[in-house]
Ligand binder design. Structure first.
Ligand code: UD1
Length: 351
């Protein structure tokens, strides 16, 4: 097949990574960017196109939200139709969302080889939505791009037939570019704060857990700025949660604001994989409200600490400790910020 390379994405963090990949892949031949439309709210999605000057996608599948089954099925069908009409020579998918799974499956069923960026980032909870997605995609992909050598070793054992290449983390490429666009504004002593983002279904769709976390945040040693994903905002409304002086709720922020807030924050409390790594690279202590993390190197190097949601009552003490702790950890766990170039070179040689 000699069609273009097709790059599929659909959620907030994927739009950002896809922009850097798209540019790098252009050197490997024609590349077509396909946005599934899994995320569609302006402040969750379009803001990234506007803010980062990302070119509009070449195709938009307009699937929107629904149950996991319906959303995945809608992406699968729309993506398969698109592939049939456009015959790409390979499909590139990123991460672990429903868009990642459905596009990989659509391609593989049509015998279009799949390359998986952020491959192998497994967790123990095998029924978490993202875990189902990433394991399934790793199993059908022909090329796997893990961000670290530790993960690559595991993947080579699991999938001896696949091409496994450690390339680093595309999110680091993106961050380094963003830092050039948005230079640091010094943290003001008077308005020190904790930056908070929580959006995972396992936490926010469990009312008791979410309530416990919100009570703990109100007791944090500094005020919190909580940028709430629409899923989280809806869950807080169901709880009848009223924001107070200690926890300030805002709509989701764009990527550049998120990086600026992170850099100014005294610490971050999150369940986002992206923010765990960004905090690690930026030298901001992170507390992850989950039982486990895929980004174990951030914990091993002292940048990140896990607090299980049921233990949220310990958050205020953990935050105090994080604020007072050292920030000089080794930041080389996930490459050097040139992952996209490596991916492009490997794909150009392979396809
Ligand atoms: C998805 C990914 C998650 C990723 C996150 C990044 C899956 C299974 N999960 O989670 O891994 O970390 O994106 O942000 O793919 N909604 C809106 N507006 C939107 C999009 C969603 O209001 O633009 C609401 C809808 O009520 C929807 C809910 O958010 O039902 C969940 O959206 P969905 O796309 O299913 O998953 P995320 O929770 O965003």
């Amino acid at each position: 097949m000699n069609g273009p390379l097709a790059l599929f994405f659909g959620t907030r963090p994927q739009v950002i990574k896809a922009s850097v990949l798209r540019e790098a892949l252009a050197s490997a031949g024609p590349v077509v960017a396909v946005d599934t439309g899994q995320h569609y709210d302006y402040d969750l999605h379009q803001v990234h196109y506007d803010q980062l000057g990302v070119r509009p996608p070449d195709a938009y599948l307009d699937v929107g939200s629904d149950t996991h089954a319906r959303q995945t099925a809608a992406i699968l069908t729309a993506c398969a139709d698109w592939i049939t009409a456009n015959r790409p020579r390979a499909a590139i998918v990123i991460g672990d969302t429903n868009s990642t799974l459905a596009c990989a499956l659509a391609a593989a069923k049509l015998r279009v080889p799949v390359a998986h960026v952020e491959a192998g980032m497994s967790a123990a909870d095998r029924l978490m939505a993202e875990e189902i997605n990433r394991r399934s995609v790793d199993a059908i992909a022909e090329v796997l791009f893990p961000p670290s050598e530790r993960v690559a070793t595991k993947l080579r054992r699991q999938y001896p037939d696949a091409l496994v290449e450690t390339v680093g983390d595309v999110a680091y490429d993106v961050l380094q570019r963003a830092l050039k666009k948005a230079p640091a504004s010094g943290a003001g002593g008077a308005d020190r704060f904790i930056f908070v983002t929580l959006h995972r279904a396992e936490l926010v769709d469990d009312a008791a857990r979410l309530r416990l976390v919100m009570e703990a945040l109100a007791e944090a040693p500094l005020p919190c700025r909580f940028a709430a994903h629409p899923r989280t905002a809806a869950a807080l409304e169901r709880l009848g949660y009223a924001a107070n002086g200690r926890v300030r709720l805002t709509p989701p922020v764009g990527y550049l604001e998120s990086i600026a807030l992170l850099r100014q924050a005294s610490a971050v409390v999150t369940d986002s994989g992206g923010i765990q790594r960004e905090a690690y690279w930026l030298g901001v202590p992170c507390i992850t409200v989950r039982e486990e993390t895929e980004w174990v190197e951030t914990v091993e190097r002292g940048a990140n600490r896990l607090i299980a949601p049921r233990e949220a009552a310990t958050l205020p003490a953990a935050i105090a400790q994080a604020i007072g702790g050292a920030r000089l950890w080794d930041k080389s766990a996930y490459g050097d910020g040139h992952a996209a170039e490596r991916i492009a070179a490997i794909l150009a040689a392979r396809f």
